[in-house]
Design a protein around this ligand. Sequence first.
Ligand code: SF4
Length: 80
Amino acid sequence: MDLFNGALPEDKRERNKNPMIGPFDTGLPEAKCKSCKYLLRVSTPSRRMFSKCELRGVTRGKGTDHSMYYDACLEYKERD
Ligand code: SF4
């Protein structure tokens, strides 16, 4: 039985969806997280760099790593 009648996309955009975008929202595909003021770049003592979303939460684990190439969520604020 196919609940979605074959309409559920299996494309790259769906698999790489921003976790800050709810399951029924599309976010703002015309903007990316990399230009949002809430995107943080954090570094480790070994100088590796990671992106984190300040609104999503920041931990030292990879569970909160956040791609700067995600489509922006509805909280997007352009960086000054
Ligand atoms: S657009 Fe949303 S998810 Fe992306 S960095 Fe800004 S607040 Fe976070």
